[in-house]
Design a protein around this ligand. Sequence first.
Ligand code: ADP
Ligand code: ADP
Length: 232
Amino acid sequence: MIELRNLERSYKTGHMETWVLRRVNLTIQPWEFITIMGPSGAGKSSLLNVLGMLDDQWRGEFEFDEETVHRMNRKQRADLARRRIGMVFQSYHLLDDLTVAENIDLPLSYKDIPRTDRQGLVADTLDRFNIVGKKDLYPHQLSGGQQQLVGIARAMIHKPALLLADEPTGNLQSKQAKEIMEMFRQLNEEGTTIVQVTHSEANAAYGTRTIELRDGWVHSDTAGEVADTAEE
Ligand code: ADP
Ligand code: ADP
């Protein structure tokens, strides 16, 4: 599904260049549910931003299914991301001037879906996330946890090929976090590839492969360990 080769990313501040991703090589299969762990500053969010095609200041090669992302322009990447990817941000990134229902509807608006089907999907999703009563409110009228739920609902509603989630349950009660992780598991079983960044061992346990980043490197990868053994 995804192939990253020699992915590099750095930031320049004045004369200083800080490397956040250094020659990351990664192959992700379509059925995987991956957990990315690692200390703060290791490059986890930066990697998700590349995978989610929000960042285009990296070097290296990036294949997404049949598509050669490193040869695409910004618009082609944005189109691909809208069609195939759902992203849950740590800081939610909801649109302030849209209601809860409108935020959740956003991914559907990029697809060719009849209006009544869209309304039905939004209604089902509001129901599933227990936020029907909030549908006409704006993000600033919600608690952090409620905003987080809206962000997750928006990322999942169109059943993306790839779901990226950065500390998706950090603001939720543990019971609610567990319900969200069960929804992720179900989505994964229905065919969505998932990559989550988390410090939570409980959330990590839902993944089937754990990659640890340190200082912009892949420090360990449970799939790699399996592959190494297989080669011997
Ligand atoms: P993590 O998600 O693992 O905490 P990040 O990917 O957010 O790590 O950040 C990796 C490193 O890149 C950190 O040292 C961070 O300060 C730096 N960084 C991230 N974004 C920027 C930016 N826009 N400008 C400069 N440095 C950045
Ligand atoms: P999130 O993980 O939800 O993106 P963060 O607070 O980690 O939230 O980062 C918010 C934004 O700030 C990101 O776009 C990131 O690239 C940028 N950022 C992170 N660290 C730095 C830094 N040291 N200098 C400048 N920008 C940074």
